[in-house]
Ligand binder design. Structure first.
Ligand code: IMP
Ligand code: MG
Length: 175
């Protein structure tokens, strides 16, 4: 890892502007309601923190964690909920907040899991999503930026727990 250069693909200014726009859409759509923002740990916590401060409406936050499929790049890994929400989301308007939608499998699992708690509505807000998964028709109601292939870090997103603290978003170049 140490040697892999980071190439900046999205600046903090671009992020700030886009998060503000996304928050404005959410504010318009949830006017008069008190949605529950469910943040997917760990990668989405920085995004969540910025998003809720721009949202300008009463809201609640909760956190959920899913097992990743680790090193395996296979699409058939079993995803399990490692930490569930503690809020009773039955009848509530839920916004699932994630960092990056790669294959979309984690999203699908978490969507189904939360839906089983009978929320009044359930939408997804993701900072990043692969162009590939968008082309395949995965529904992301609020999307920050489509991104091409390449391992992304920064703004809360890690590679082996590194680089979460970077204010901009980078891709790790493999030489
Ligand atoms: P999916 O189930 O394939 O959509 O993968 C979802 C999760 O894998 C994301 O929420 C991230 O935690 C992680 N992930 C996927 N791609 C990247 C990346 O480029 N950088 C960092 N984490 C990633
Ligand atoms: Mg994630």
């Amino acid at each position: 890892m140490g040697k892999s250069p980071l190439r900046r693909i999205i600046s903090r200014g671009q992020i700030r502007r886009r998060v503000k726009e996304m928050a404005a859409h959410i504010r318009a759509d949830y006017s008069g309601q008190r949605p529950v923002f469910v943040c997917v740990l760990k990668g989405a916590f920085v995004f969540l923190a910025d998003l809720i401060r721009q949202a300008g409406l009463p809201l609640e936050v909760d956190f959920i964690a899913a097992s990743s499929y680790g090193m395996a790049k296979t699409s058939k890994g079993q995803i399990t909920v490692l930490k569930d929400v503690t809020t009773d989301i039955a009848g509530r308007h839920v916004i699932l907040v994630d960092d990056i939608i790669d294959s979309g499998l984690t999203l699908q699992h978490l969507r189904d899991h939360l839906a089983s708690h009978q929320p009044a509505s359930l939408r997804v807000c993701a900072l990043l999503a692969r162009e590939r998964v968008l082309a395949a028709g995965t529904v992301i109601e609020y999307l920050g930026f489509p991104v091409p292939e390449g391992f992304v870090v920064g703004y809360g997103i890690d590679y082996a727990e590194q680089h979460r603290e970077l204010p901009d978003i980078y891709v790790i170049e493999n030489e």
